[in-house]
Design a protein around this ligand. Structure first.
Ligand SMILES: [Zn+2]
Length: 424
């Protein structure tokens, strides 16, 4: 097969494997050393810091051209401490981190390229990695291998392989991270390459191709999280989505987000409010407990325009649908507060209510068992819903004996609830 054919097939496969995504991966590029720290000094007089910055800038341009969201640590000849580089990177919530360096060895014969990454199979007692980075091992290694392969192919340097390493910038972050040692400034041949603008461009292109060939893990911020499997199952069913490539599992769920998720799970347009007087449902409204009220003392006025929910708000349509089902009530001050968080007790009541609307009336509802949570007495307004959902295996306590009904529910917890419901 000729190369063109191979490339055509490859490009077809890549298109197939990575269909259009609505967000750009964010890459942090780090030019090693800088300012008062020159790094290695070349056999030809080159300063490593200058080589690193030039290759990194070329790499940034290549990635930006392909639609990546690229952020650099230092962008000029300036000193940045290692901790500064990592702190800056951690604050960016990026998808991957690549540090660019040139190497040096006491033997001028040593030449070639290598890629360093933190590997939890080779921990170094004196240089412990961050907890998150330990979990990133397979992803960092995968990135390192892709970058090494394409760097070698593009630059023609000697293959010195992957190196499990405890270098600071590769072990202290929270995302897949690598450190590329492009070539040796202490070797005549390699140093000549590093001095050559065309060769440096080839190196940048090589690193870029490796990044492009690598697929970052979905929702990097859920790696190691107890709900990751449930979150991924719900994502694969298009029931939940992230913010870019992050899910923000510990963030409080908002009322608008909750309704959006519930509409996906239960399809509001197929449901009827059994408590509506205009609804000629064959089921007695009493079955559903139409005295339903949420924890606020607000009254619901069906034809009111909420003053904090203009028609242009993204969640306006979902609140209109929810209004038809008499799901969420407005507040006495005329607001509906779409961005306010929602508590575990409120979610339980609403989820249980939707469950009743979605199920046939003939289906026997389990008898709620009281009380097993110390903080959910039978007299609590949400107790019946909480114990019913617990009995159905849809919701869990925060511990054996507590439920924390007044605590806001997290995005991880709602994904887990949806997953448990969906798997039944
Ligand atoms: Zn260096």
């Amino acid at each position: 097969m000729n190369l063109l054919k191979k490339l055509l097939i490859l490009s077809f496969l890549l298109t197939f494997a990575f269909p259009y995504q609505a967000f750009a991966y964010k890459v942090v590029l780090d030019a090693g050393h800088g300012g008062s720290d020159p790094g290695a000094i070349g056999i030809n007089g080159l300063n490593e810091k200058d080589v690193n910055l030039d290759i990194t800038q070329k790499l940034r341009d290549e990635l930006a051209r392909r639609g990546y969201d690229v952020v650099m640590t230092r962008t000029d000849d300036r000193y940045w401490s290692l901790a500064q580089r990592v702190e800056f990177t951690n604050s960016l919530k990026a998808d991957l981190f690549v540090s660019v360096h040139a190497n040096s060895h006491t033997s001028s014969k040593t030449n070639g390229s290598m890629v360093l990454y933190y590997d939890d199979a080779y921990p170094q007692e004196d240089y412990p990695a961050s907890d998150t980075m330990k979990l990133m091992t397979p992803y960092s290694k995968d990135l390192a291998q892709h970058v090494l392969n394409s760097l070698l192919a593009a630059s023609g340097t000697v293959n010195l392989g992957l190196v499990p390493s405890a270098v600071y910038v590769a072990r202290m972050g929270t995302i897949p991270s690598i450190l590329v040692e492009t070539a040796f400034l202490s070797n005549t041949g390699d140093a000549a390459l590093l001095a050559d603008d065309t060769a440096r461009t080839r190196m940048a292109i090589g690193i870029e191709r490796g990044i492009e060939a690598y697929a970052p893990p979905v929702f990097t911020d859920t790696i190691g999280h107890w709900a990751r499997e449930a979150i991924l199952r719900m994502k694969n069913k298009n029931l939940i989505e992230g913010i870019g490539n992050r899910y923000e599992p510990e963030r409080a769920l908002t009322r608008a987000e909750f309704l959006t998720l519930m509409d996906r799970l239960f399809t509001f347009s197929k449901l009827k409010d059994p408590c509506s007087s205009s609804n000629s449902s064959t089921v007695s409204a009493a079955v559903y407990g139409c005295s339903f009220n949420n924890s606020s003392s607000a009254t619901f006025t069906s034809n009111k325009q909420y003053k904090d929910l203009p028609a242009t708000h993204w969640a306006s349509p979902i609140f209109a649908k929810a209004k038809d089902l008499n799901l969420l009530q407005g507040y006495e001050d005329g607001t509906i507060r779409p961005d306010q968080s929602i508590t575990r007790g409120e979610v339980s009541v609403l989820f249980d209510r939707l469950l009743q609307m979605a199920q046939s009336a003939a289906k026997q509802r389990p008898k709620a068992l009281y009380p097993s949570f110390d903080d959910v007495p039978a007299t609590l307004w949400s107790a019946n819903a909480i114990y019913t959902l617990k009995h159905l295996g849809i919701i869990n306590g925060t511990s054996e004996n507590t439920f924390k009904p007044e605590r806001t529910i997290t995005r991880a917890e709602i994904a887990a609830m949806m997953d448990r419901y969906d798997s039944k």
